[in-house]
Design a protein. Structure first.
Length: 596
């Protein structure tokens, strides 16, 4: 038996420091060193791009590639998930820094620290509570819609740098289009050439080989070209500027409780997006490598990483698909690879930081545009647009909200739509009838006006039974009983959970049906379902003799329930009392069938 792709861990289980054991094997260390160097070189140009997106100094994004990756590596077992700055987090943080009234009072560093505290505590709480699985209920359409809107904002937001228009980096759709309208009159051909050349260079190198750090090579070539042509002199193009070649001392966040409360909505939105990234990227990596994702453990690692980041001027961190994929391609074997990547960025920052003053912002804008374009999956857009109208509406609305309102509001709006979609789909009660077909086969058919005309009706429910379907379930059972079915067997093999409202509805029906001389039995009960039923009013209403747990033998539980119902009604034992009108089944054509 193969391990499941996504595994949940016990909340009390401490994550092992997996890379200590890996360091004892020289071969593993060699692979991890190469992978760490590769991911580190990929991280450097991304850090510059993310700093530009968030509107923070480059050293802030570089530190975000160092601290979270180093800390997360101690608390996880995945060798491939790369922690650090991400495009979505940078975009969300940029929106917060541009709009919050806390920056003039406390400064941007304190605001970043406050966000990291909120995000870190949220991820730790979710991870230790074992609730990582809940992030799967964020619809892929929401993530895709937010990604589409974010990609558009990233591209539009880089128009001033790409066109050489000096001024504040615009935010919001209306403000971002205005510089574009003026571009024909004020653009700088040198900036346009550098941006275009950077994008083209990254595309060509990436097409030729996946192992080369294409964005870093493009920035180096752009910096050399800018310096050779003297475009970085007086009146020339803007550059990244000098980066301090030292690490800042850790300091505790100085925000007041009121200020933290002000940042809470934005922090929760960034945490929600980050948790969705952990699960979605982790699942994709797990499918590619065959190594299971421990979602809760990874969330705890990300929580600790963000809490550590709050002690430094860092952006909130999550996992990056680009750097994780680079880690796989480079042959990472243990979590030590992520730590080595952090050390690579640290070494670059300490010894090569002064060279950043030669890198033109137009080239960094090209890296941002490349990242934005690569964010959007055309195949996923086609899949969602062709699947169903509801997903398409969620995608379009989320993308529109991303362009029109504050980004954290767009996230919450998309999640609200996603949850509404989940509730709408979960509230659909799926109950079918099982009939005996030819050659002793049971066939599944929809419930109609003929269901219940025989003395015994066998019904099968699918999905969890909760308050949203309780009333409809009671009504359907009542309709079947009203057609003359004295015995009803409800098979719950495909039901994993039942809440108090649904259990109470079944108990009411069982009591009413018994008063009319009928019998209700439940079969195919999984252990967790039996526990829920035993704690509710349903068990005493039915009696333990009418509850049948699932069995390893196919339909043994159903057969036992039928015998109990037949005995209680005084009918001959066997399957003869089940209606067998194969002609009604259109020659046994049904959704599925099983051998009795």
């Amino acid at each position: 038996m193969t391990a499941p792709i996504v595994q949940e861990t016990q909340p009390s289980a401490a994550a092992p420091i997996g890379w200590w054991k890996a360091l004892r094997d020289p071969r593993v260390v060699g692979h991890d060193l190469v992978a760490g160097l590769t991911v580190g070189l990929v991280s450097i140009p991304q850090a510059m791009a993310f700093a530009l997106i968030a509107g923070v100094p480059p050293q802030v994004a570089l530190l975000t590639m160092i601290v979270p990756g180093f800390v997360a590596g101690f608390f996880r077992d995945s060798p491939h998930l790369a922690a650090g700055a991400t495009n979505t987090a940078a975009l969300l943080v940029g929106g917060v820094l541009a709009t919050t009234p806390l920056v003039p009072t406390y400064g941007s560093t304190a605001v970043l620290s406050g966000l990291c505290v909120i995000i870190g505590l949220t991820k730790c709480a979710v991870g230790f509570a074992g609730l990582g699985r809940l992030s799967r209920y964020v619809s892929p359409a929401v993530v895709l819609g937010f990604t589409l809107g974010a990609a558009a904002l990233l591209c539009l937001g880089q128009l001033p740098n790409a066109l050489g228009i000096q001024g504040a980096n615009p935010r919001g759709l209306l403000h971002v289009l205005a510089p574009g309208a003026l571009a024909l009159r004020s653009l700088d051909p040198r900036a346009v050439a550098l941006t275009t050349g950077t994008v083209a260079g990254i595309a060509l190198v990436s097409r030729a080989t996946r192992r080369a750090p294409a964005p870093l090579l493009a920035l180096i070539v752009a910096a050399l070209a800018t310096h050779a042509m003297r475009w970085d002199g007086e009146g020339g193009l803007l550059t990244v500027g000098s980066i301090p070649s030292r690490l800042p001392r850790p300091s505790w966040p100085v925000l007041s409780p009121t200020a933290l409360a002000t940042l809470l909505p934005a922090g929760l939105a960034i945490a929600l997006v980050g948790m969705s990234e952990v699960v979605s990227i982790g699942k994709a990596i797990a499918l590619r490598t065959g190594q299971p994702l421990h979602a809760d453990r990874e969330l705890r690692a990300q929580g600790f990483a963000n809490l550590a980041s709050s002690l430094f001027p860092c952006l909130p961190s999550s996992v990056s698909w680009t750097r994780s994929a680079a880690s796989i391609e480079a042959g990472a074997r243990s979590p030590a690879a992520v730590t080595f990547a952090s050390l690579t960025v640290l070494g670059t920052m300490l010894f090569a930081a002064p060279l950043a003053r030669f890198v033109p912002l137009a080239a960094v804008a090209g890296v941002v545009i490349w990242i934005a374009v690569r964010m959007v999956s055309i195949a996923e857009l086609r899949r969602v647009s062709r699947s169903n109208t509801a997903d398409l509406v969620v995608l379009v609305v989320t993308a529109a909200l991303t362009l029109m309102v504050d980004l954290h509001i767009a996230v919450f709006g998309g999640v609200a739509l996603s949850l509404g979609l989940v509730i709408s789909r979960a509230s659909l009660l799926r109950v079918s009838e099982l009939q005996r077909g030819s050659a002793g086969l049971l066939v599944e058919r929809p419930i109609d006006e003929r269901t219940g005309c025989a003395p015994i009706a066998i019904l099968q429910a699918e999905g969890d039974l909760f308050f949203g379907v309780a009333e409809e379930l009671e009504q359907r059972l009542g309709c079947v009983a009203s057609r003359g079915a004295r015995g009803i067997v409800l098979r719950l093999k495909r039901t994993l959970a039942i809440d108090g409202a649904a259990a109470a509805a079944l108990a009411r029906f069982a009591t009413t049906h018994r008063g009319r001389g009928g019998v209700l039995a439940l079969c195919g009960l999984r252990p967790e379902l039996e526990v829920s039923i035993a704690r509710s009013d349903l068990a005493p209403a039915l009696g333990h003799h009418a509850l049948f747990e699932t069995s390893d033998r196919p339909f043994a539980s159903l057969a036992a329930a039928l015998r109990e119902v037949q005995s209680a009604l005084g009918l001959p034992l066997g399957l003869e009392q089940i209606r067998t009108a194969e002609t009604d089944l259109h020659g046994d054509a049904a959704d599925s069938s099983w051998s009795v």
